[in-house]
Design a protein around this ligand. Structure first.
Ligand code: MGD
Ligand code: MGD
Ligand code: SF4
Ligand code: MO
Length: 822
């Protein structure tokens, strides 16, 4: 408890502490928390009647006690201008996490802005603009009118295609229904912006086009299904580290056999056993390891596939299941189309697939059995098919996504208890926007437009391309050059002379420059190139609604003030829109000005919610902040169907009646034959370099470490992005644990810290994905699939030693696996 802080006693929330509903800021799982606040000069006490937990704290608390918190769960913040204690504690009554926290969510409180404890004092507190050759604090009026005037001039000269936008489309912090509506209404209604991309990929497209084209929304089951499944079939996901409490609270109990009673009760007509798990991942992850520890090795099949060959495996599984006549014939006839064509089109024998994937034929056959073979007595097996970024950011996204949905449809593993064909997810979701139909398909490849010198102004909402995009080194180089042109032009005339400033900026843009506006909560790497920074408020500093991976909608209540003058993103979008209206009106363009007029008069985020979700979401008319607040951290699962007796009624799982999201209600099978590595450059790359540079998440770190980089807990553990390497490979390269290495190929180079990992396959490295001190994106070529989806995962490069990594000598390099018995 005293780690780094010297604090060995925690404040006790008094019995009358204010309690707020909180959904974790971070991942898709959306764990429920309670935020307690109370005046800074008061304390609760140990007797039950003197603390908010109603527990006698004079006694040793049992494990998993609700009346427990860590130092990281507390802070001192401002609320309505007054200093208060803040404790953000996992909620035992939330059905998502049942009181569990994770190493990310459990640190929410210490990631809040506090002048008193010094946490996150790097937060942006005021708008900043480029003047006098540096970023200077400014007012909202000044910074917004500059951003609006430049945007107007660009539209006048280049049309709306000169406006380039990067924006979140997700839920949780840096998103949510309020903020996706605010930005959406600005760019898709008041403006008609086509050159827009999403936070995690270079175009405005879907990660799962195929699933949606087949009529299957990607979040179609509920977390209880993981307690009821007979088999988990997991492709390219690492749920222990990436969807932590979903895995711990709902999967592990099933793998351990602890949900057998529940299965027998809910699904009485069939035999039950503890779940088995099949995990398809080139790497032996801690999820594989944890499944083995829970279910026993004999019930876990790790298919350590050759990278990028998932499609061959999935098609072989479909072929094998149909060959054994295990398909769900009745369901296929009544609720689908295209089975008869897709099966021959996708045919792939087990032996062919074994040669392509590097797997043993008998393991593929075992997988087919665990997925598709009816249970003793003939009842259909319940298989939950789950995938995430190893599939989505893998080889041939569209076809591979289609192939896993084909497999789920063929075995009727969608819409029944204990099944689902789902993304495990990244962020929470929170999408409600006007139509994006004008964007088209394939959508514009925004990063390449910017690199190619197009666009005049770039609005960036909560994305740090410098860390997270592909072809990142070139992107950074060009972006810096283009924005520097504008900075130099701005320095050449007095800031106060707006009309000369605008002329100078436009002249620079005509000469290849780019004006950049960044909306963020913290200084970012791309922000170093920007001309305007607008400070956003985040979850907890505003009321925010989002849904999780089982479509569970909750309201996170505002429990503290934003730093300085920071505002919710939706209100920043509204102010920018209003500034654009003023700018066009002043310039005499009443028609353009009219497109903004009267649309953005929101005074609070609740107004944005009522204008957006309430009016436009399926079932949204039933939902208000008050009704959601009453539903607490359990919320309601979307789509919302009714409101009765003071409670919202929702939808536990989709497609239970076999009606899918197509015009005729039937799901579609798709032809998705294997065609090797889709991006030809990667095939050549694989031959030219010694190492696969697989990459992705680590439990400890949230995203690009925008908070973690400011906290010793993670910064000292991972001063440089770790790269997991086989110890024998390290010996050959002359590397010791903690050495700094350069990772390089024909696209670019980056750096990482060698982390010996005995379970790593020779020739296969795994690097933390978007760390501030080493970005995998530098070595990822610009090629994408036919719809603009990157393959971030299947990348090859060489490795050489640079020296010792800073901070490495104070680190432990112990493997993170669970020890297994026997
Ligand atoms: N701790 C933590 N959790 C997070 C996040 C975080 O930053 N930190 N971020 C959130 C976000 S935004 C997202 S999108 C999710 C992502 O969640 P995940 O998809 O679970 O995370 P990744 O680690 O990117 O990738 C998963 C696995 O894909 C494997 N893989 C690589 N190549 C292939 C391949 O060719 N085939 C197959 N089958 N597998 C392959 C990798 O070895 C890796 O174990 O995590 C969310 N949760
Ligand atoms: N090599 C490789 N690259 C990848 C991936 C991969 O697996 N491998 N995965 C991709 C994926 S799935 C993802 S999600 C991306 C992530 O890439 P990014 O989206 O660039 O990374 P984040 O850390 O999510 O960026 C969040 C930014 O939003 C800011 N922010 C936080 N809260 C708020 C808020 O309330 N308002 C505003 N305005 N700003 C806020 C943070 O300070 C931070 O700068 O990376 C992608 N890139
Ligand atoms: S599992 Fe995800 S949602 Fe839950 S506490 Fe951890 S980061 Fe937050
Ligand atoms: Mo993501």
């Amino acid at each position: 408890m005293t780690y780094k802080t010297g604090v060995d006693e925690l404040p006790i929330p008094p019995a009358d502490a204010k309690v707020h509903n909180v959904t974790c800021d971070f991942c898709i799982v959306g764990c429920g928390y309670k935020a307690y606040t109370w005046p800074v000069d008061r304390h609760g006490g140990r007797p039950a009647e003197r603390n908010a937990f109603g527990t006698d704290l004079g006694r040793q608390q049992p494990p998993d006690s609700a009346a427990w918190m860590s130092r990281s769960m507390t802070n001192i913040v401002r609320q309505d201008g007054r200093l208060v204690h803040l404790a953000i504690v996992p909620d035992q009554d939330c059905v998502v996490n049942g009181g569990l926290n994770s190493v990310r969510g459990g640190r929410m409180a210490e990631t809040r802005y506090s002048e008193q404890t010094g946490t996150m004092t790097a937060r942006l507190t005021h708008p900043m603009v480029w003047r006098y050759s540096q970023m200077m604090p400014s007012s909202w009026d000044d910074s917004l009118s500059l951003a609006a005037d430049v945007t107007r001039r660009v539209i006048e000269e280049m049309g709306e295609d000169g406006v380039v936008v990067s924006a979140f489309d997700h839920g949780g912090a840096a998103g949510g229904y309020e903020n996706t509506w605010g930005t959406g209404k600005l760019y898709f209604d008041a403006l008609t912006v086509k050159n827009i991309r999403i936070h995690n990929r270079p175009a405005y497209n879907s990660e799962v086009h195929a699933s949606r084209d087949m009529g299957v929304s990607e979040l179609n089951n509920c977390y209880e299904d993981a307690e009821l499944a007979d088999t988990f079939f997991v492709v390219g996901a690492n749920p222990l580290e990436s969807q932590t409490n979903y895995f711990l609270a709902h999967w592990l109990p099933n793998l351990r056999g602890e949900t057998l009673d529940k299965k027998r009760q809910l699904l009485a007509a069939e035999p039950h056993a503890p779940a088995k798990a099949i995990i398809v991942d080139p790497r032996r992850t801690v999820s594989v390891n944890a499944c083995e520890a829970a279910a026993g090795r004999e019930n876990v099949l790790h298919l350590a596939i050759n990278p990028g060959t998932d499609l061959a495996l999935l098609n072989a599984l479909l072929t094998e299941i149909v060959a054994r006549n295990w398909q769900a014939a009745d369901f296929i006839t009544r609720h689908t189309r295209g089975f008869g064509e897709a099966v021959p089109a996708n045919r792939m024998s087990v032996e062919e697939a074994a040669a392509i994937t590097g797997l043993r034929p008998e393991d593929i056959r075992t997988a087919a059995r665990w997925i598709g073979e009816p249970k003793p007595g003939g009842a259909a097996r319940r298989t939950m098919l789950a995938y995430e970024k190893g599939l989505i950011w893998g080889n041939d996204n569209y076809r591979t996504n289609a192939a896993i949905v084909n497999l789920a449809l063929a075995t009727h593993n969608i819409g029944r208890e204990g099944t689902g064909c789902v993304r495990l997810g990244g962020h929470q979701e929170g999408y409600v926007r006007p139509s994006d139909a004008h964007v088209g398909r394939p959508a514009a490849y925004v990063d390449q437009l910017l690199i190619g010198g197009q666009g005049g102004v770039h609005h960036v909402w909560a994305v740090d391309h410098f860390k997270s995009t592909l072809n990142a080194e070139e992107f950074r180089r060009v972006y810096r050059r283009r924005t520097t042109l504008v900075k130099e032009a701005m320095d050449s005339v007095p800031y106060g002379d707006r009309s000369r400033q605008l002329d100078a900026i436009m002249a620079a843009i005509r000469a290849g420059g780019l004006f950049s506006v960044v909306v963020d909560i913290l200084p970012t790497q791309i922000g170093e190139a920007a001309h305007v920074w607008l400070p956003a408020a985040t979850a907890g500093e505003m009321n925010l609604t989002s849904m999780n991976g089982e479509r569970r909608l909750r309201l996170t209540e505002r429990y503290m003030d934003p730093p300085g003058e920071a505002l919710p993103d939706c209100l920043i979008a509204a102010r920018l829109a209003n500034a654009l209206e003023v700018s066009f009106r002043k310039a005499g363009d009443a028609a353009r000005a009219g497109r903004f007029a009267g649309k953005f008069d929101w005074r609070s985020e609740e107004d944005a919610f009522l204008d957006g979700y309430h009016r436009h979401a399926d079932g949204g008319a039933l939902v208000t902040y008050d009704r959601l607040r009453a539903m607490g951290t359990n919320g309601v699962q979307e789509p919302v169907l009714g409101y009765e007796d003071g409670r919202l009624r929702g939808t536990q799982r989709l497609y239970g009646d076999g009606t899918f999201k197509t015009e005729d209600g039937r799901a579609r099978f798709l032809a998705a034959p294997w065609r090797g590595m889709q991006i030809a450059a990667r095939r050549r790359q694989q031959e030219a370099h010694a190492f696969l540079i697989n990459n992705g998440r680590a439990n400890l770190v949230w995203q690009n470490a925008f908070y973690d980089v400011h906290l010793p807990f993670v910064r000292e553990r991972m001063p440089v992005a770790p790269i997991e390497l086989n110890p024998e490979d390290m010996r050959r390269l002359g590397l010791a644990a903690g050495d700094l290495v350069e990772v390089y190929n024909e696209t670019g180079s980056t750096q990482a810290m060698a982390y010996p990992t005995p379970t790593a396959k020779p020739g296969q490295a795994f690097m933390l994905f978007i760390a501030p001190t080493g970005q995998v994106g530098n070595i990822i070529g610009k090629e994408t699939n036919e719809l603009g989806i990157p393959n971030y995962k299947n990348v090859w490069a060489d490795i050489r030693r640079i020296g010792r990594a800073p901070g490495a000598d104070a680190m432990s390099f112990k493997p993170i696996d669970y020890p297994l018995a026997g």
